[in-house]
Design a protein around this ligand. Sequence first.
Ligand code: ATP
Length: 293
Amino acid sequence: MSELALETRGLGKRYGRKWALRDCTLELPVGCVAALVGPNGAGKTTLLHLAVGLTAPTAGSVRVLGTSARERPDLVLPRVGFVAQEHPLYRRFRLAEMLKACGRLNDTWDQELALRRLERLRIPLDQRIETLSGGQQAQVALTLALGKRPELLLLDEPVASLDPLARREFLQSLMEAVADGGLTVLLSSHILTDLERVCDYMILLSASQVQLAAPIDDIVGAHRVLSGPRSDVSDVERVHAVVQASHTDRQTTLLVRANGHLYDARWHVDEVGLEEIVLAYLGRSTAYEELAS
Ligand code: ATP
């Protein structure tokens, strides 16, 4: 069995009466580049904070590279790079001072790798962090995390504040780091479009719960759109999972997660893209939330 970069079992976090993350069970194999996708407030940051031990679970367990970060931070944290949403850098520091501090704090620090990246990005070492643009600060935060030579890199909304070009450059440079080998990445975002190109795995969170967690090829391969004359769909529901159903006077359209072979002369079967699948799950969980409230 391959090693797991991240493994959660019934993981939950509650603040007061509200669950920020509930009953989260998933496995992220080593070597994946995974998108952690979900709308605002879905629980993405909560999951990442639980993984690195910044917060304690209310229920269940989480292991990173086989070990709990809260029980053995000494074993886990040197192997993990974490870039928080707000890129908490020492803003008054010059970049060169920041690199020196990283070298002191991390046994595995790769100064050459950090210098090479910053040179390529044309970010001068004598500049104070606070005078860098938002995009440059995001790149610096990624460089500092990569310079640690982590086995698992957790990035919380790294592209949210970037313009489309900077976003593409950022993801490109992340891909180069992955191509260098030995790195698993979990990258949260509420924007799917950019991530689809660079990720091979997706965890979809919505309303504090895991909706999907699987290789993207498997997700796309398992979903189909069925369309046909308006009809009762209970026979389809008995075999397959109906994610979304819509009806007009004459026609019924279903987005289903197929459970085995999908053939019925009644239905026209079409493939469906990842974005449409994600939107269908998000639409469904919103409907559940409305029903529950
Ligand atoms: P975003 O995309 O907006 O960053 P997110 O998916 O990262 O959202 P979280 O930050 O994990 O979502 O928050 C999940 C839920 O938990 C939200 O409803 C949030 O209000 C709540 N929450 C998170 N942290 C706390 C806290 N410290 N105290 C109380 N509630 C919290």
